[in-house]
Design a binder for this molecule. Structure first.
Ligand code: A2P
Length: 281
């Protein structure tokens, strides 16, 4: 399996995902479904959804409408904070399957640790059970810090395949990536383009774009791939979907990489969503 022209990235459970995927936050309804069909036809083979995105139905329909064989596509969804209790978590996976109309999901992540609720270990054991029942192929986490993943491993012995976190040049997540790498966990990047124009209009980014002949979005996505993460850009515009995917086929020099790395900020979170305190319902 792989997206055309996109190399696979091996997960620690023997499966794999493409090195760049398609984000679907805010991609909803009939238009959203057509956007996702376009993304698949444009070459994306990894779709990132969540219960909270309220688009699992459209994701499933898009997979069927695309005409692409199911086993060439990786479909991700995520467990909401209100369903961390064991039975609710199993029920959430079953509901995701029902909504998507798929017989399995490829990747299911705990969306946020919600530490004040302190039920993420219970949720994790439930996802491991869902995997052993064949409902999902791979399991992972999102927005988890080392202290949270340490507990999962200590208390269940199951290492996440993926940790999906906010990551872009303002927030390079160096410590978290080092931790993920040391544990064989693939880091996925959400908001890889920064979601608004702040990042793409940054003079450091436009300078690299200008001298390499690539677009600002390609430069940012390629930087994320070259530091070893899997970006999940979202675009409702088919031409931008193609533009973004072609980041898989370019190369940035060490100088380009260093210029982009210099954008790191002490707290580069663009949305103030700190997993230590953020609570997702
Ligand atoms: P649109 O969907 O109208 O194409 P992120 O993936 O970081 O959340 O960013 C998504 C935002 O970035 C969307 O508003 C999307 O707009 C925009 N975007 C996606 N790809 C590009 C691109 N290649 N150039 C400029 N903006 C882009």
């Amino acid at each position: 399996m792989t997206a055309p022209g996109v190399p696979p990235v091996a997960l620690n459970d023997g499966t794999d995902i493409p090195a760049i995927g398609f984000g679907t936050y805010g991609v909803k309804g009939d238009r959203g479904r057509e956007t996702i069909v376009a993304a698949l036809r444009n070459g994306y083979r990894l779709l990132d959804s969540a219960v909270g995105y309220e688009n699992e139905e459209q994701v499933g329909e898009a997979v069927r409408r695309s005409g692409i064989p199911r086993d060439e596509i990786r479909v991700t969804s995520k467990l909401p904070g209100r369903h961390h209790r064991h039975d609710l978590a199993i029920g959430s996976v079953e509901s995701s399957l029902r909504r998507t109309g798929l017989d399995h999901l490829d990747l299911y992540l705990i969306h946020w640790p919600n530490p004040s609720q302190d039920l993420y270990v219970e949720a994790w054991a439930a996802l491991a059970e869902a995997r052993s029942r064949g409902l999902v192929r791979s399991i992972g986490v999102s927005n988890f810090l080392p202290e949270h993943i340490d507990r999962l491993i200590r208390e269940t012995g199951v290492v996440p395949a993926v940790n999906q976190i906010e990551l872009h040049p303002y927030l390079p997540q160096t410590e978290q990536r080092t931790y993920d790498d040391a544990h064989g966990i693939v880091t996925e990047a959400w908001s890889p383009l920064g979601r608004d124009r702040r990042l793409l209009d940054d003079p450091a980014i436009t300078a690299v774009a200008g001298r390499t002949g690539h677009t600002p979005a390609q430069v940012v996505l390629r930087w994320e791939m070259q530091i070893g993460t899997v970006p999940l850009p979202k675009s409702s515009t088919p031409s931008r979907q193609v533009e973004n995917l072609s980041a898989a086929q370019m190369e940035l020099s060490a100088e380009d990489m260093a210029d982009i790395a210099a954008l790191a900020r002490a707290d580069g979170r663009l949305w103030g969503q700190d997993p230590r305190v953020y609570e997702e319902s």
